[in-house]
Design a protein around this ligand. Structure first.
Ligand code: PXP
Length: 244
């Protein structure tokens, strides 16, 4: 199966906020990224609005024609935001509001009943739910009992090992992908994926049906251009899936 590319545009908002005006225009960039071939737009609105703001989320919902994915910690205010916006997918992450970026998957064993209630609430409102998870199998098993549709594998560890020449770190991700699939969980992946490391991950974890990529993609676009970069990711995905 092919894998969808969802582009995380937090960094575009960071750049805009650095000057206080509307350059670059986050809404226009999102529309252009879709036009260049991405199959989804991801944002991670944080309580301090340091990149994506609440009003961005509402404005994006009006123009995103592919899949809109909103990530965040399920505080009451986050849940009310996504209930008002109704994106196609909500990715729940366990990080506290002040962290720089997501840095761990859920402890779904410990937070099983909280996650079960939260997932049920989002499902009732018609949204697909994904839980950000490390590769530990007992955690994935617990994630499956929450009623979540999908998990998103937290790929930071894979990316760090790959960069240092150690490709074996992909094996845990392959096992996690297989196990999630057996448990009827869809498998997404994200964090520190790049043009260098995405193909090897997808070749080894064929269950991945969506990747969410922000930091590296926007950084690569500084040299390669945004349109070209999006298309290069799609090419890597096609190569990994033997579609080309
Ligand atoms: N998935 C989740 C849950 C995230 O928090 C982030 C970062 O916002 C990403 C994916 C994308 O990570 P990166 O910016 O490293 O591509």
């Amino acid at each position: 199966m092919l894998c969808k590319l969802s582009v995380n545009i937090n960094k575009i908002a960071t750049l805009r906020n650095a000057r206080g005006g509307n350059v670059p225009d986050v809404i226009k960039v999102a529309a252009d990224i879709e036009h260049f071939g991405a199959e989804g737009i991801t944002v991670h609105p944080r309580p301090d609005e340091r990149h994506i703001r609440r009003d961005d989320v509402f404005n994006l919902k009006k123009i995103v024609t592919t899949e809109f994915n909103i990530e965040g910690y399920p505080s009451e205010s986050f849940l009310q935001l996504v209930e008002a916006v109704k994106p196609q997918q909500v990715t729940l992450v366990p990080d506290p509001p002040d962290v720089l970026t997501s840095n761990a998957g859920w402890d779904a064993v410990k937070h099983q009943s909280f996650l079960r209630d939260t997932v049920a609430r989002l499902r009732q409102n018609g949204m697909r739910v994904s839980l950000f998870m490390d590769t530990e199998l007992k955690q994935i098993e617990a994630a499956a009992t929450t009623g979540s549709h999908r998990i998103e594998l937290y790929t930071e560890r894979y990316a760090a090992h790959f960069a240092s020449g150690d490709k074996n770190a992909v094996l845990d991700f392959a096992a996690a992908g297989r196990y999630a699939h057996e448990l009827n969980l869809g498998v997404n992946a994200g964090h520190d994926l790049s043009l260098d490391n995405i193909r090897f991950l997808l070749e080894n974890v064929p269950q991945i049906i969506e990747v969410s990529i922000g930091h590296a993609l926007i950084s690569e676009a500084l040299y390669l251009g945004l349109q070209n970069t999006v298309q290069m990711y799609k090419h890597q995905i096609k190569l990994a899936r033997n579609m080309e």
